[in-house]
Design a protein around this ligand. Structure first.
Ligand SMILES: CC(C)(COP(=O)(O)OP(=O)(O)OC[C@H]1O[C@@H](n2cnc3c(N)ncnc32)[C@H](O)[C@@H]1OP(=O)(O)O)[C@@H](O)C(=O)NCCC(=O)NCCS
Length: 178
């Protein structure tokens, strides 16, 4: 069994999801307004969601949440993050991240969460690069990535369909430099 560690940051900790988190996480995961503007994922039933979260540590392609974002000061769960191998041939590991509570956005929690996740990936896996993609309209996400040293590497045209239209997608990457 693959052990998922707890990642301790300055104000946040990233920890594996527990059973008691599942209902809240499932609600966020399937709420287009929470995960917008990159729209919803595709696990529809609660049972399938629990199974996917439990299986994620041994499945590098899984899109299920891998860490819950918890504020250290009061234990409040603010969101969730994950990573997945994004291509069948290329060595592409992408991160994704959701700070689910609108009132808790804009406080640096997203940046700290993704920073912890990227550090963990570089230290635990033999990666030369970590990637991320975001809708061209998702400025908070693009700015977050640039703050963490990601570079815009290109733009995929009409690569994402949501809200009844095709969207261009920004491709970002950061190189290992420790
Ligand atoms: C994208 C997302 C994760 C950003 O999370 P966030 O927690 O709001 O991001 P941050 O707070 O780290 O950064 C936002 C702002 O806070 C500011 N900030 C950073 N550290 C701060 C701190 N310690 N105190 C106060 N503000 C701070 C940043 O300067 C930034 O402001 P700016 O973008 O106007 O320059 C969040 O909006 C979200 O979950 N959106 C929906 C899902 C989504 O789009 N996910 C990404 C898919 S690609």
């Amino acid at each position: 069994m693959t052990e998922v560690p707890v990642l301790e940051g300055f104000r946040l900790r990233l920890r594996p999801p527990q059973r008691s988190d599942m209902m809240v996480l499932f609600g966020w995961y399937n709420d287009p307004e929470t995960v917008a503007p990159f729209d919803r994922f595709t696990i529809d039933s609660f049972e399938d969601f629990e199974t996917a979260v439990a299986g994620a540590p041994t499945d590098p392609h899984s899109l299920a949440p891998r860490f819950v974002v918890e504020r250290k000061a009061d234990g409040k769960v603010l969101g969730f993050v994950g990573h997945y191998q994004a291509h069948p041939v290329l060595e592409i590991t992408d991160v994704w991240y959701v700070l689910a509570i609108p009132d808790e956005r804009g406080k640096g929690y997203g940046t700290e969460s993704v920073g912890l996740l990227v550090d963990y990936l570089f230290h635990s896996q033999n990666l030369a690069r970590v990637g991320a993609t975001c809708d061209v309209q998702n400025l908070p996400s693009a700015k977050l990535l640039e703050r963490l040293g990601f570079r815009h590497e290109g733009t995929l045209r009409a690569a994402l369909y949501h809200h009844a239209t095709w969207h261009d997608v920004l491709v970002f990457g950061v190189r290992y430099r420790f």
